[in-house]
Design a protein. Structure first.
Length: 429
């Protein structure tokens, strides 16, 4: 079953980025893949003829394994890229994939006879809600298989890498058991570990349905030292909890170790070459560092000179600022004086403007009077001209009378009359 899956599964590149948390056949270490294949092989024994939900199905390879014996399988995952990959690579009549949250499954109550959730619960903030949701969709006679890494071993194995950023809550054995018992009254706990073994495989192909004999020596590994915890949970009591051993395809440990050692030696040679190149780079960097140090020291000396110059410049700036402050104070005094003078001039200008306005009024009145005087002068000139013409006429008449009088006086008759006392008296001669 699982061996056939490992032989025939298509090794193609997934479209989503591999983070190390999602197992993709062909893109992960064989040991890591075998850990996950072993869990699905463990669950496949309980999937015959059942309605199965693979919660957190990831790339879908495990759902496809369960579908080989189950009545129907639904693979659910919240990641759209994982669901797309699973739909593209694993197409079986009894298998379907859906995008859904493990804490809000889109299925009615008692919809499944078997629910599996491998390496899912530690990723969920609401892992208690997840357990309650599984209880809701699980049939009364159904079973729930859940696995999680051992917190103590996992922290030790990660070493300096620190806590896994993808894990929301990791479990120790006692906590894992007590939380499951709070939701499911009956649980059977198993410890999953990588173990070394020796296999005797017949040269001829085994007959269909042939059994395999397994001998497990030694005591069980304590829970605190185990790699993973696996629990089979149910509403009702369960019978039988046999030891299950999964042997991966071509599990020749010695050959795999030799191959691994050869790979490590090649990697070591590459690292040696890298180390030599790094040492050369380091020597070059050291020379460059010494050159940069000398340049830095010269720059520091230049900076010190610049600091001294800046300090002197700063002192000079302070002096100039003080001089400027004094000049500004003097300027303010002058400005205040000028402003007072300007105010005084403004008042004088206002007074002169008023005086000018009054003078304009007076000039206008005088101009009016002068206009009347001119008119009077014109009339007087006209009268003088008339009187002059009259006087000239009168003078002409007087002159004419004088001439007549002269003629008269010179007349012999007049002289005779005077002698005899006749005629008018002409006055003294």
């Amino acid at each position: 079953m699982v061996e056939e899956l490992a032989k025939t599964m298509r090794i193609e590149t997934i479209r989503a980025e591999f983070t190390g948390e999602r197992v993709i056949p062909g893109q992960v270490d064989a040991n890591l893949l075998n850990e996950h294949l072993a869990r699905y092989a463990f669950a496949a024994r309980l999937a015959h003829g059942k309605r199965v939900l693979d919660a957190g199905c990831g790339a879908g390879y495990g759902s496809a394994e369960l579908a080989k014996s189950a009545l129907s399988v639904v693979g659910a995952d919240i990641a759209a890229d994982a669901v797309d990959f699973a739909r593209e690579h694993y197409r079986l009549p009894s298998l379907e994939f859906e995008q859904a949250s493990c804490t809000a499954l889109p299925h009615p109550a008692a919809a499944f006879d078997l629910v599996v959730a491998f390496e899912v619960i530690e990723h969920l903030e609401g892992w208690r809600d997840f357990l309650l949701e599984v209880r809701r969709v699980l049939a009364p006679t159904g079973q729930f298989i859940v696995s999680t890494p051992n917190k103590l071993y996992y922290a030790e194995s990660r070493g300096r890498a620190g806590a896994n950023p993808f894990h929301a809550h990791e479990f120790e054995f006692d906590e894992f058991r007590s939380e499951l018992l709070a939701v499911f009254p009956h649980i059977s706990l198993f410890l999953e570990n990588h173990v070394e073994g020796v296999a005797f495989s017949p040269l001829q192909a085994a007959e269909a349905g042939a059994t395999a004999e397994v001998r497990v020596d030694g005591g069980e590994t304590p829970p605190a030292e185990s790699h993973f915890f696996v629990a089979v949970c149910a509403h009702r009591p369960q019978t039988g909890n046999p030891t299950f051993v999964y042997v991966p395809t071509a599990a020749n440990v010695l050959r795999e170790r030799e191959t691994h050692i050869a790979l490590l030696e090649g990697e070591l040679h590459r690292k040696d070459d890298w180390l030599e190149a790094a040492q050369r780079d380091l020597a070059n960097l050291d020379r460059a560092h010494r050159t940069l140090t000398a340049e830095l020291e010269e720059s520091n000396r230049w900076a010190e000179r610049l600091d001294r110059e800046l300090a002197a410049g700063g002192a000079r700036i302070l002096e100039l600022q003080e001089e400027l402050s004094a000049e500004q104070a003097a300027a303010r005094v002058l400005v205040e004086a000028y402003e007072g003078k300007i105010s005084e001039l403004d008042r004088e200008n206002l007074a002169k403007t008023e005086w000018g306005r009054q003078l304009d009024v007076q000039l206008e009145a005088k101009l009016h009077e002068l206009t009347q005087c001119i008119e009077y002068l014109h009339q007087a000139e006209k009268t003088v001209e008339e009187r002059t013409r009259w006087a000239q006429g009168l003078n002409a008449e007087v002159e004419q009378l004088r001439r007549r009088l002269a003629l008269l006086e010179s007349s012999r008759w007049v002289r005779l009359g005077r002698r005899v006392g006749l005629g008018p008296d002409a006055g003294p001669q």
